[in-house]
Design a protein around this ligand. Structure first.
Ligand code: AMP
Length: 209
């Protein structure tokens, strides 16, 4: 099974991906998570990526292309869920070619729709567990009292000005990518402001058709 999650930052792509990973035993390919790992490894690529990410900008396509290709190949070209990739028309073109070359199709392309003002509210109150990477929301999903508060951090790109820049970049560079998929019979548009479980059931029901 091959799944693509599309949508603005904070639409819930990662949260839904994590649920689908458990349900269908998929590999979660999040280019954002891969980049954060690269940054932790303190390589030159990591320091280049970090500068773009901290500014809310997209990391250059050539870096993303290599990381995505490696991740898709490492799971044998199957049983994966793409989260936050492709994010530019260049990346989408490359992904199409790559899938064609390996005779693959996507089983579902989920487009999560969430208004900008909800995204700003979600991301500015988002916190992350430094060790497990689990996401929290200070109002709607606060960390339980047994979680060490020192382990709860705010992503450096979740500060208000950077969130606004990420949204601007989304509308300019990533939203046009949707045109690549909108006529695909496996394209599904879902209101991302609905409850997590309901969204997950909707995705699962489409996968069963
Ligand atoms: P995410 O964790 O998906 O919200 O991504 C965090 C940041 O990583 C983004 O704001 C970008 O700076 C960078 N990033 C993640 N995926 C991509 C991608 N496919 N293309 C370019 N930059 C990306």
């Amino acid at each position: 099974m091959r799944v693509l999650m599309f949508g603005p930052p904070g639409a819930g792509k990662g949260t839904q991906a994590a649920l689908l990973v458990k349900k269908y035993n998929l590999k979660h390919i999040s280019t954002g998570n891969i980049l954060r790992e690269v940054i932790r490894s303190k390589t030159e690529t990591g320091s280049i990526a970090r500068a773009y990410m901290d500014d809310g900008k997209l990391v250059p396509d050539d870096i993303i292309k290599k990381l995505a290709e490696k991740a898709i190949a490492s799971c044998g070209f199957d049983q994966f869920i793409l989260d936050g990739y492709p994010r530019t028309t260049e990346q989408a073109k490359w992904l199409n070619l790559f899938l064609e070359k390996h005779n693959l199709t996507l089983d579902i392309i989920v487009s999560l729709k969430v208004p900008d003002e909800v995204i700003v509210q979600r991301l500015s109150r988002r916190r992350v567990h430094a060790v497990t990477g689990e996401n929290y929301h200070l109002d709607f999903k606060p960390p339980s009292p047994d979680v060490d508060p020192d382990d709860i951090i705010q992503r450096s790109d979740d500060h208000p000005e950077t969130i606004r820049e990420r949204l601007r970049v989304y509308h300019k560079q990533t939203k046009p990518v949707e045109a690549f998929y909108i006529n695909d019979p496996n394209y599904v548009k879902i209101d991302g402001t609905q409850g997590l479980d309901h969204i997950n059931d909707l995705i699962a029901s489409k996968l069963m058709v």
